[in-house]
Design a binder for this molecule. Structure first.
Ligand code: IPE
Ligand code: IPE
Ligand code: MG
Ligand code: MG
Ligand code: MG
Length: 295
């Protein structure tokens, strides 16, 4: 991503927005606020806001006026990471290159920081963005957001992930697990951009198909990196999946076949864009970054 100057600019704009978001609230600083800000401002690739913004661009609208709204899925994502790291879940002590939230603030405050970010993401969807966002668009976004992150989306994926530690699953079930745990939110981000950019039906269809492939690619590469990257690169502990008996692609089909699958998914992403009526240059860069990332 950093090889693509324009994506880098957008990601810096997102970073600035997230930083300002919590600065404004520093005045009445409380451990809860501090814990929420800690994990959000620890960094991260900001793929989800970028997906929103690049989808807006891909349908020919101006992404710049939507930056304050595009952080909503990043707040939600950060909540999911805080909870994912809890002792009762993946029990991680390193995230985004820093000690995990519960290591710094204790388990109870980490749970609440996650809860706070979860709620905050809905507030942002409900109120941020330019005046031309209609109430109907907001309602549609909030409805899709709920479906993506709830009991048939991300939370269901997390539950399947934990369950699969003790009840092994097959390849078809793993596709469903990944689509829910990681794919659903990424798919939402792409559709959020398309809806805000007033995409036509054809554009929405292509963006959705692209994002479904990209979401799977994203988690497949996450599985690969857990095996082959270092803690310094990742900013999180490698080797956890095997240690915890997680259902992953490398675990089920081996590293070589998983690398091949990742290459195929990238090609499918690019093919969908090529055959679409989208201005898709940045989405293509995002897909290439997702395949080649080392963190
Ligand atoms: C990690 O997400 C958890 C998954 C859903 C795979 P990211 O790899 O996007 O983490 P950050 O936001 O860059 O830290
Ligand atoms: C986390 O998946 C997915 C969500 C937080 C929804 P992982 O457990 O694979 O993420 P990492 O590897 O800890 O970042
Ligand atoms: Mg997990
Ligand atoms: Mg984890
Ligand atoms: Mg992982």
């Amino acid at each position: 991503m950093m090889d693509h100057p324009e994506l880098k600019n957008w990601s810096e704009a997102v970073e600035a927005e997230l930083c300002a978001y919590f600065k404004e609230r520093d005045a009445n600083s409380h451990p809860l606020e501090e814990a929420m800000a800690y994990s959000v401002n620890a960094g991260g690739k900001r793929i989800r806001p970028l997906m929103v913004l690049m989808s807006i661009q891909a349908v020919g609208a101006d992404a710049a006026s939507f930056i304050d709204m595009a952080i909503a899925p990043e707040l939600l994502h950060t909540y999911s990471l805080i909870h994912d790291d809890l002792p009762s879940m993946d029990n991680d002590d390193l995230r985004r290159g820093q000690p995990t939230n519960h290591i710094v603030y204790g388990e109870a405050m980490a749970i609440l920081a996650g809860d706070g970010l979860h709620t905050e993401s809905f507030e942002v969807l409900a109120k941020a963005g330019p005046a031309e966002v209609t109430a109907l668009q907001r309602l549609e976004l909030i409805k899709e957001f709920c479906v993506a992150i709830g009991r048939n989306g991300m939370v269901a994926g997390q539950a399947m992930d934990l369950q699969a530690e003790t009840h092994p699953i097959n390849l078809d079930q793993l596709h469903i697990l990944h689509a829910r745990k990681t794919g659903a939110l990424i798919r939402f981000c792409a559709r959020m951009g398309a809806i805000l950019g007033n995409a036509n039906d054809e554009q929405l269809k292509h963006i959705t198909a692209f994002a479904e492939k990209l979401g799977l690619l994203f988690q497949v590469v996450d599985d690969l990196l857990d095996r082959k990257a270092t803690a310094e690169q990742l900013g999180k502990t490698p080797g956890k999946d095997a240690a915890q008996g997680k259902a992953t692609f490398p675990n089920l089909i081996g590293m070589n076949q998983t690398e091949t699958l990742a290459d195929e998914l990238l090609n499918q992403c690019l093919e969908i864009l090529e055959h679409s009526n989208l201005a898709s240059h940045h989405l293509a860069n995002l897909a290439t970054f997702t395949r080649n990332r080392v963190f």
